[in-house]
Design a protein around this ligand. Structure first.
Ligand SMILES: [Fe+2]
Length: 143
């Protein structure tokens, strides 16, 4: 019996590797940085590392898709509790989150199935999705 042909039809497939010394993008001067790991234009999914200095406060937001957060370092103040190194947080599609504060210098891995929209008392202020992340990554590569 012949072996099944498992060769990829798409010959452009390749792993995407981000190195330790690849650039971080400063998203809030002196306070917050993002290292874009992967963006998926077809699905709108993306993966990134976030680095926040102690005292940084991320604004309230709504998740327009589910997300997975894994704390690598530090401590974050979140809804009625804290997340610490080694903790995992599943953030469901549609959930509202108020401000998040870095209680220590912190880093976390964030894998999102789509966009996040930020808001304040006046309404929506901005959104973050794979296109914004890809623009950040491209800009960092060109500096
Ligand atoms: Fe959140």
């Amino acid at each position: 019996m012949a072996l099944q042909d498992i060769s990829p039809i798409n010959d452009q497939l390749a792993d995407i590797i981000v190195r330790e010394n690849d650039p971080w993008v400063e998203s809030e001067p002196g306070k917050a940085w993002i290292k874009v790991l992967w963006t998926g234009p077809e699905s709108g999914r993306w993966a990134a590392l976030f680095r926040w200095k102690k005292g940084y406060v991320a604004p309230a937001h709504k998740h327009l898709a589910a997300a997975h957060t894994y704390i690598l370092k530090g401590k974050l103040q979140v809804r009625g509790g804290t997340l610490e190194a080694g903790d995992y947080d599943y953030e469901p599609n549609g959930v509202l989150h108020d401000a998040t504060t870095a209680l220590e210098d912190s880093e976390y891995l964030f894998i999102s199935d789509g966009h996040i929209v930020f808001y304040n008392d006046d309404g929506l202020t901005s959104y973050l999705g794979w296109e914004e992340l890809q623009r950040m990554k491209d800009a960092a590569a060109n500096t």
